[in-house]
Design a protein around this ligand. Structure first.
Ligand code: PLP
Ligand code: COI
Length: 339
């Protein structure tokens, strides 16, 4: 392969050596197989194509100074995929099988795990979808689980630098009793119009509000939201957001640092009181927010006065990355070393 410029990677797809697949039929998952093709051969009436019976995950592996490869919170991703499967009536994948597929795909693509010094990582994308032919709207009887990997750099090209985001009230991503809490493709389709519009206007992401009242912060495009004030980490509680594993980790780290944590509805006006704000997720890690423009209300909330990340966001970011790369002890048991 051509030499990869590891320090220059963006968040995109790169072909690697192999992916891993298992198929579900007659109530059973098959033994995982290694596949070198990047393509799928599926029935044109498959439920994933017509009715969005598809869920995915996003996780990362990191190469440490000791050259060991560490996967971050793999079990949490396996469990969230099971919840997504319940949410849209798909066959659930056992946790052990999920983990076996993840180990296999990493081993097969070991040479694509970026070196420690690059600050890049291996993004792991598991997906599960209905494959059997159906024209009536009902769940498939057969499913495929597939996992591929790709080396990545930062999701927002600025990396750990504050970027502006926007509130746009004419779009919703997910309804309170809908599928926002599951990681299903349809939610991302619902976010495309607003996402493209925001990018055209120079924003890195849309800050979605709760769809019912448009009063509270939901989340930031493909990441959860947090705000910091008075030594307190504040993050929205909402039935229409994805339970972010990064956010769950940051909550723990904030508590470890002696901060208070509040998970509760966050009214838009409260933005004016935050000293720092950020978006967090596997891809986003922590992406500090420079300012949030509320486009309909013609208001702007600023968080980084001099354009640099706030001290608490920086501390949380450094701590999280240190655990992920194995620079600091993994006291919470979040990391699995790929042997
Ligand atoms: N919210 C949405 C909509 C996402 O797509 C993601 C990414 O997975 C997150 C939040 C962050 O979740 P996690 O930290 O588990 O990656
Ligand atoms: C992730 O953070 O893993 C995501 O899934 C975000 C996005 C690229 C959809």
């Amino acid at each position: 392969m051509d030499a990869i410029n590891w320090s220059d990677l963006s968040f995109g797809y790169m072909k690697t050596d192999a992916n891993v697949r298992t198929h579900y039929s007659n109530g059973q998952w098959s033994t995982p197989e290694v596949e070198t093709s990047e393509f799928l051969n599926i029935h044109m009436a498959a439920t994933c194509l017509h009715y969005g019976q598809e869920a995915f995950e996003g996780m990362k592996a990191f190469r440490g100074k000791d050259n060991k490869i560490r996967v971050f919170r793999m079990r949490e991703n396996a469990l969230r995929l099971q919840r997504s499967c319940q949410g849209i009536m798909m066959a659930e994948l056992p946790v052990e099988l999920f983990e076996a597929c993840i180990f296999k795909v990493i081993k097969e693509n070991e040479r694509f795990v970026p070196p420690y010094e690059s600050g890049a990582s291996l993004y792991i994308r598991p997906l599960l979808f209905g494959t059997s032919a159906q024209v009536g709207v009902k769940p498939a009887e057969e499913y495929t689980f597939l996992v591929f990997v790709t080396p990545v750099g930062p999701y927002f090209k600025e990396g750990f630098k504050p970027t502006p985001m926007a509130i746009m009230r004419e779009y919703d991503r997910a309804a309170p009793l809908g599928t926002g809490t599951y990681k299903v493709g349809g939610n991302y389709a619902a976010s495309m119009q607003s996402g493209v519009k925001a990018a055209k206007l120079g924003y890195s992401a849309v800050v979605y509000l709760d769809a019912k009242e448009k009063k509270y912060i939901d989340e930031c495009g493909p990441a959860n939201f947090f705000g910091i004030k008075d030594n307190t980490y504040i993050t929205p509680k909402s039935p229409s957001i994805l339970p972010s594993i990064t956010n769950k980790s940051l909550i723990q780290l904030a508590e470890d640092m002696g901060m208070k944590v509040e998970r509760r509805p966050v009214p838009v006006e409260e933005l004016a009181t935050f000293e720092e704000a950020g978006a967090c997720g596997t891809a986003a890690v922590i992406s500090p927010i420079l300012r949030i423009d509320d486009l309909d209300a013609e208001k702007s909330y600023k968080f980084c006065k001099d354009g640099t990340p706030g001290p608490i966001s920086k501390k949380l970011y450094d701590k999280l990355r240190a655990i992920q790369y194995g620079d600091e002890p993994d006291v919470h048991g979040w990391v699995t070393i790929v042997e």
